[in-house]
Design a protein around this ligand. Structure first.
Ligand SMILES: [Zn+2]
Length: 197
């Protein structure tokens, strides 16, 4: 009888140990999965479309229209006709939209790097936002003002970098980081320069 009782006690102890081990494992698994959720949370914030807050960094159409109505000439002193002004406004909107779509499309592919390209003569961005300079997706998230256009008449475009290289580490010919030492470079001020329409 006593042996039976001892065996039962031993069995109960084993069962209790087994339950405890099981519970601890479950808790550990919970910890790991919540860690993953947390990370994917940050990832999804970085990948949030710039469309959501770009209006905090770029002037609204009405503001541009109002500004243009007070301007008579472009940076070279050429008279701005009403058609020129409409062209400038339309092209501002077009470039902004194109840049946002490029980022949205890049997010679907998990694009890390974007670079600047000039679609035509742009005397302002030629020096301030050189062709081939690149920004990371994270920089776009933190500084939505790196999204073109930068001024009226701007011909700067943001393009997805489709190569596999980590541009921070490899030296792809003609591509350089736009940010120097993590600092946002001086960007053109949209009100100061009107390049030809
Ligand atoms: Zn420009």
């Amino acid at each position: 009888m006593i042996y039976l009782l001892i065996s039962l006690a031993v069995l109960i102890v084993f069962i209790l140990i087994a339950i405890r081990v099981g519970v601890t494992r479950e808790k550990e698994q919970e910890k790991t999965s919540s860690g993953i959720i947390h990370q994917s949370g940050i990832y999804s914030i970085v990948r949030r479309s710039p469309r959501e807050n770009v209006d905090q960094h770029k002037p609204a159409v009405e503001e541009i229209r109002k500004y243009l109505s007070s301007q008579n000439v472009d940076m070279f002193g050429k008279v701005l006709t009403p058609i020129d002004k409409e062209t400038l406004l339309a092209s501002w909107h077009q470039i902004l939209e194109k840049s946002i779509i490029e980022v949205e499309e890049g997010d679907k592919k998990g694009t890390q790097f974007y670079y600047y390209e000039l679609s035509g003569d742009d005397p302002v961005c030629k020096d301030l936002v050189p062709k081939g300079n690149f920004v990371t997706r994270e920089q776009i998230y933190h500084y939505p003002n790196v999204i073109p256009p930068f001024h009226l008449g701007c011909r700067c475009e943001l393009k997805c970098y489709l190569g596999d290289e980590n541009l921070r580490d490899t030296r792809v010919f003609g591509m350089r980081p736009f940010f120097t030492e993590g600092k946002l470079p001086h960007l053109p001020e949209w009100k100061k320069t009107i390049t030809p329409a």
